[in-house]
Design a protein around this ligand. Structure first.
Ligand SMILES: O=C(O)[C@H](O)COP(=O)(O)O
Length: 240
Protein backbone atom coordinates (compact mmCIF):
# COMPACT_ATOMS: atom_id res chain seq x y z
CA UNK A 1 0.00 0.00 0.00
CA UNK A 2 1.42 3.37 -1.07
CA UNK A 3 1.11 6.30 1.31
CA UNK A 4 0.16 9.69 -0.12
CA UNK A 5 -0.12 12.83 1.97
CA UNK A 6 -1.95 15.87 0.63
CA UNK A 7 -1.42 19.01 2.69
CA UNK A 8 -2.80 22.49 2.12
CA UNK A 9 -0.38 25.25 3.08
CA UNK A 10 -0.66 26.75 6.57
CA UNK A 11 -2.59 29.99 7.08
CA UNK A 12 -1.29 32.71 4.73
CA UNK A 13 -1.27 36.46 5.27
CA UNK A 14 -4.16 36.87 2.84
CA UNK A 15 -6.12 33.97 4.38
CA UNK A 16 -5.88 36.05 7.55
CA UNK A 17 -6.88 39.26 5.74
CA UNK A 18 -9.72 37.41 3.91
CA UNK A 19 -8.46 38.39 0.44
CA UNK A 20 -8.71 36.48 -2.84
CA UNK A 21 -5.16 35.20 -3.25
CA UNK A 22 -4.82 32.78 -6.15
CA UNK A 23 -1.40 33.26 -7.75
CA UNK A 24 -0.16 36.06 -5.49
CA UNK A 25 2.88 34.78 -3.63
CA UNK A 26 1.94 35.70 -0.07
CA UNK A 27 3.81 34.26 2.89
CA UNK A 28 2.69 32.19 5.86
CA UNK A 29 1.55 33.94 9.05
CA UNK A 30 2.96 32.93 12.46
CA UNK A 31 -0.10 30.72 12.82
CA UNK A 32 0.57 29.22 9.37
CA UNK A 33 4.13 28.40 10.43
CA UNK A 34 2.80 26.78 13.62
CA UNK A 35 0.32 24.74 11.55
CA UNK A 36 3.11 23.55 9.24
CA UNK A 37 5.29 22.58 12.23
CA UNK A 38 2.35 20.70 13.74
CA UNK A 39 1.84 18.94 10.38
CA UNK A 40 5.43 17.70 10.69
CA UNK A 41 4.81 16.44 14.24
CA UNK A 42 1.66 14.60 13.16
CA UNK A 43 3.34 13.01 10.14
CA UNK A 44 6.28 11.95 12.34
CA UNK A 45 3.90 9.89 14.49
CA UNK A 46 2.85 7.93 11.38
CA UNK A 47 6.46 6.81 10.82
CA UNK A 48 6.27 7.18 7.03
CA UNK A 49 9.45 7.12 4.97
CA UNK A 50 8.86 9.34 1.91
CA UNK A 51 10.48 8.87 -1.49
CA UNK A 52 9.64 12.26 -3.01
CA UNK A 53 7.70 15.47 -2.53
CA UNK A 54 5.82 17.78 -4.89
CA UNK A 55 4.77 21.38 -4.44
CA UNK A 56 3.81 24.52 -6.32
CA UNK A 57 5.76 27.66 -7.25
CA UNK A 58 4.22 29.49 -4.29
CA UNK A 59 6.07 30.10 -1.05
CA UNK A 60 3.15 29.36 1.27
CA UNK A 61 3.08 25.76 -0.01
CA UNK A 62 6.86 25.46 -0.37
CA UNK A 63 7.50 26.63 3.21
CA UNK A 64 4.78 24.37 4.57
CA UNK A 65 6.52 21.46 2.86
CA UNK A 66 9.95 22.51 4.19
CA UNK A 67 8.67 22.75 7.76
CA UNK A 68 6.84 19.43 7.55
CA UNK A 69 9.92 17.71 6.08
CA UNK A 70 12.11 19.29 8.76
CA UNK A 71 9.70 17.97 11.39
CA UNK A 72 10.19 14.42 10.12
CA UNK A 73 13.92 14.87 9.43
CA UNK A 74 13.49 14.01 5.75
CA UNK A 75 14.63 17.27 4.15
CA UNK A 76 16.89 15.30 1.81
CA UNK A 77 14.16 13.74 -0.31
CA UNK A 78 13.75 15.01 -3.90
CA UNK A 79 11.33 17.94 -4.08
CA UNK A 80 9.74 18.86 -7.40
CA UNK A 81 8.21 22.32 -7.71
CA UNK A 82 5.82 22.96 -10.56
CA UNK A 83 3.40 25.80 -11.36
CA UNK A 84 0.75 23.28 -12.42
CA UNK A 85 0.17 22.69 -8.68
CA UNK A 86 -0.41 26.42 -8.00
CA UNK A 87 -3.65 27.70 -6.51
CA UNK A 88 -6.55 28.42 -8.87
CA UNK A 89 -5.95 31.82 -10.55
CA UNK A 90 -8.57 34.18 -9.14
CA UNK A 91 -8.52 36.55 -12.13
CA UNK A 92 -9.93 40.04 -11.57
CA UNK A 93 -10.89 39.12 -8.00
CA UNK A 94 -7.21 38.79 -7.07
CA UNK A 95 -6.29 40.83 -3.98
CA UNK A 96 -9.90 41.93 -3.26
CA UNK A 97 -11.32 41.46 0.21
CA UNK A 98 -13.88 38.63 0.14
CA UNK A 99 -16.38 40.41 2.43
CA UNK A 100 -16.13 43.71 0.51
CA UNK A 101 -16.68 41.75 -2.71
CA UNK A 102 -19.83 40.19 -1.18
CA UNK A 103 -21.04 43.63 -0.11
CA UNK A 104 -20.55 44.89 -3.67
CA UNK A 105 -21.71 41.93 -5.78
CA UNK A 106 -23.92 40.01 -3.32
CA UNK A 107 -23.44 36.73 -1.45
CA UNK A 108 -24.85 34.63 -4.28
CA UNK A 109 -22.50 35.95 -6.98
CA UNK A 110 -19.44 35.58 -4.74
CA UNK A 111 -20.52 32.05 -3.80
CA UNK A 112 -20.79 31.21 -7.54
CA UNK A 113 -17.30 32.59 -8.18
CA UNK A 114 -15.84 30.70 -5.22
CA UNK A 115 -17.77 27.44 -5.21
CA UNK A 116 -19.22 26.69 -8.63
CA UNK A 117 -17.36 24.07 -10.65
CA UNK A 118 -17.24 25.77 -14.01
CA UNK A 119 -17.94 29.50 -13.63
CA UNK A 120 -14.65 31.41 -13.89
CA UNK A 121 -14.06 34.73 -12.15
CA UNK A 122 -13.64 37.84 -14.35
CA UNK A 123 -10.29 37.75 -16.17
CA UNK A 124 -7.44 39.78 -14.69
CA UNK A 125 -6.59 42.95 -16.62
CA UNK A 126 -3.21 42.83 -18.37
CA UNK A 127 -2.18 46.01 -16.53
CA UNK A 128 -3.16 44.64 -13.10
CA UNK A 129 -0.24 44.75 -10.65
CA UNK A 130 -0.70 41.01 -10.02
CA UNK A 131 -0.96 39.88 -13.66
CA UNK A 132 1.21 36.70 -13.77
CA UNK A 133 3.15 37.94 -16.84
CA UNK A 134 4.83 40.43 -14.45
CA UNK A 135 6.54 37.62 -12.52
CA UNK A 136 9.90 36.37 -13.76
CA UNK A 137 9.19 32.89 -12.42
CA UNK A 138 6.35 32.48 -14.93
CA UNK A 139 8.27 33.88 -17.91
CA UNK A 140 8.83 30.36 -19.31
CA UNK A 141 5.09 29.79 -19.69
CA UNK A 142 3.68 30.57 -23.14
CA UNK A 143 1.34 33.61 -22.89
CA UNK A 144 -1.51 31.50 -24.28
CA UNK A 145 -1.05 28.99 -21.41
CA UNK A 146 -0.70 31.56 -18.63
CA UNK A 147 -3.83 31.47 -16.43
CA UNK A 148 -5.65 34.80 -16.08
CA UNK A 149 -8.81 33.67 -14.27
CA UNK A 150 -9.69 30.03 -13.62
CA UNK A 151 -12.80 28.14 -12.56
CA UNK A 152 -12.23 24.95 -10.57
CA UNK A 153 -12.87 23.07 -13.84
CA UNK A 154 -10.05 24.96 -15.59
CA UNK A 155 -7.80 24.43 -12.56
CA UNK A 156 -8.55 20.70 -12.73
CA UNK A 157 -7.66 20.69 -16.43
CA UNK A 158 -4.15 21.96 -15.64
CA UNK A 159 -3.54 20.02 -12.40
CA UNK A 160 -4.67 16.57 -13.53
CA UNK A 161 -2.53 16.13 -16.67
CA UNK A 162 0.46 17.04 -14.46
CA UNK A 163 -0.65 14.60 -11.74
CA UNK A 164 -1.17 11.80 -14.26
CA UNK A 165 2.12 12.30 -16.11
CA UNK A 166 4.49 13.27 -13.27
CA UNK A 167 3.06 11.91 -10.00
CA UNK A 168 1.09 8.78 -10.86
CA UNK A 169 4.17 6.88 -12.15
CA UNK A 170 5.75 7.28 -8.68
CA UNK A 171 2.60 6.00 -6.98
CA UNK A 172 2.39 3.04 -9.35
CA UNK A 173 6.01 2.22 -8.48
CA UNK A 174 5.03 2.08 -4.81
CA UNK A 175 6.67 5.36 -3.72
CA UNK A 176 5.38 7.21 -0.66
CA UNK A 177 4.73 10.84 -1.60
CA UNK A 178 3.81 14.14 0.02
CA UNK A 179 2.17 16.93 -1.99
CA UNK A 180 1.96 20.41 -0.49
CA UNK A 181 -0.42 22.62 -2.45
CA UNK A 182 -3.54 24.81 -2.26
CA UNK A 183 -7.26 24.65 -1.53
CA UNK A 184 -8.32 24.41 -5.17
CA UNK A 185 -5.38 22.53 -6.69
CA UNK A 186 -5.94 19.94 -3.94
CA UNK A 187 -9.67 19.80 -4.77
CA UNK A 188 -8.62 18.86 -8.30
CA UNK A 189 -6.53 15.97 -6.91
CA UNK A 190 -9.28 14.94 -4.51
CA UNK A 191 -11.78 14.88 -7.39
CA UNK A 192 -9.58 12.52 -9.38
CA UNK A 193 -8.45 10.27 -6.52
CA UNK A 194 -11.86 9.82 -4.88
CA UNK A 195 -13.90 10.08 -8.10
CA UNK A 196 -15.99 13.00 -6.84
CA UNK A 197 -18.66 14.34 -9.29
CA UNK A 198 -18.24 17.90 -10.68
CA UNK A 199 -21.12 19.36 -8.67
CA UNK A 200 -19.96 17.88 -5.36
CA UNK A 201 -16.27 18.72 -5.35
CA UNK A 202 -16.57 22.47 -4.54
CA UNK A 203 -18.26 21.45 -1.25
CA UNK A 204 -15.11 19.81 0.13
CA UNK A 205 -12.78 22.07 2.13
CA UNK A 206 -9.12 21.38 2.92
CA UNK A 207 -8.20 22.76 6.35
CA UNK A 208 -4.90 24.70 6.32
CA UNK A 209 -1.81 22.77 7.40
CA UNK A 210 -3.71 19.58 8.24
CA UNK A 211 -2.19 16.57 6.43
CA UNK A 212 -4.63 14.23 4.70
CA UNK A 213 -3.18 10.71 4.75
CA UNK A 214 -4.29 8.35 1.99
CA UNK A 215 -3.52 4.64 1.83
CA UNK A 216 -3.48 4.14 -1.93
CA UNK A 217 -4.00 0.92 -3.84
CA UNK A 218 -1.03 0.89 -6.23
CA UNK A 219 -3.01 -0.72 -9.05
CA UNK A 220 -6.22 1.30 -9.02
CA UNK A 221 -4.72 4.46 -7.46
CA UNK A 222 -7.86 4.73 -5.36
CA UNK A 223 -7.71 5.28 -1.60
CA UNK A 224 -8.38 2.31 0.68
CA UNK A 225 -8.40 4.61 3.70
CA UNK A 226 -8.25 8.37 4.21
CA UNK A 227 -8.02 10.56 7.32
CA UNK A 228 -6.87 14.00 8.40
CA UNK A 229 -4.03 13.68 10.90
CA UNK A 230 -5.30 16.56 13.07
CA UNK A 231 -8.70 15.12 13.98
CA UNK A 232 -9.71 18.26 15.87
CA UNK A 233 -9.52 20.28 12.62
CA UNK A 234 -10.70 17.56 10.21
CA UNK A 235 -13.26 18.28 7.51
CA UNK A 236 -15.66 15.94 5.76
CA UNK A 237 -14.06 13.58 3.22
CA UNK A 238 -15.58 11.83 0.21
CA UNK A 239 -16.39 8.14 0.76
CA UNK A 240 -13.56 5.71 -0.02
O1 LIG B 1 -6.83 31.82 -3.32
C1 LIG B 1 -7.50 31.99 -2.28
O2 LIG B 1 -8.06 33.06 -1.98
C2 LIG B 1 -7.64 30.82 -1.33
O3 LIG B 1 -6.50 30.07 -1.34
C3 LIG B 1 -8.82 29.95 -1.66
O4 LIG B 1 -9.89 30.74 -1.67
P1 LIG B 1 -11.41 30.22 -1.78
O5 LIG B 1 -11.67 29.43 -0.54
O6 LIG B 1 -12.18 31.51 -1.83
O7 LIG B 1 -11.52 29.43 -3.06
Amino acid sequence: MTKLILVRHGQSQWNLENRFTGWVDVDLTEEGIAEANKAGELILKEGIQFDAAFTSYQKRAIKTLWLALEGIDQMYIPVTKDWHLNERHYGGLTSLNKQETRDKHGDEQVHIWRRSFDVPPPQIDKNHEYHPSKEVKYSHIAPSELPTGESLKITTERVLPYYKSQIVPHLKAGSNLIISAHGNSLRALMKEIFGVPDDDIPGFEFPTGNPLLLDMDEKTLKPKAARYLDESRAKELPAV
